[in-house]
Design a protein. Structure first.
Length: 69
């Protein structure tokens, strides 16, 4: 897991702000769908919600870093 996380952070670091914005929109849509599935008892892997939320925070952090630089 730690290796995948470092790779993911590295990928985020290489992307432009526009690419990060599109990733953020996609992640928020995924989170909405996961929450909807969870509410209707169709979601099997509930830990995916936590992972997507953390990924959204990572993307927002990278956007803020690049905006301040």
């Amino acid at each position: 897991m730690a290796v995948k996380l470092k790779e993911y952070k590295g990928e985020l670091n290489k992307k432009s702000i526009d690419e990060l914005q599109t990733d953020l929109v996609a992640a928020k849509k995924e989170l909405f769908n996961l929450r909807f599935q969870n509410a209707t008892n169709q979601l099997e892997n509930t830990s995916r919600i936590k992972t997507v939320r953390k990924n959204i925070a990572r993307i927002q952090t990278e956007i803020a870093k690049k905006a301040n630089a």
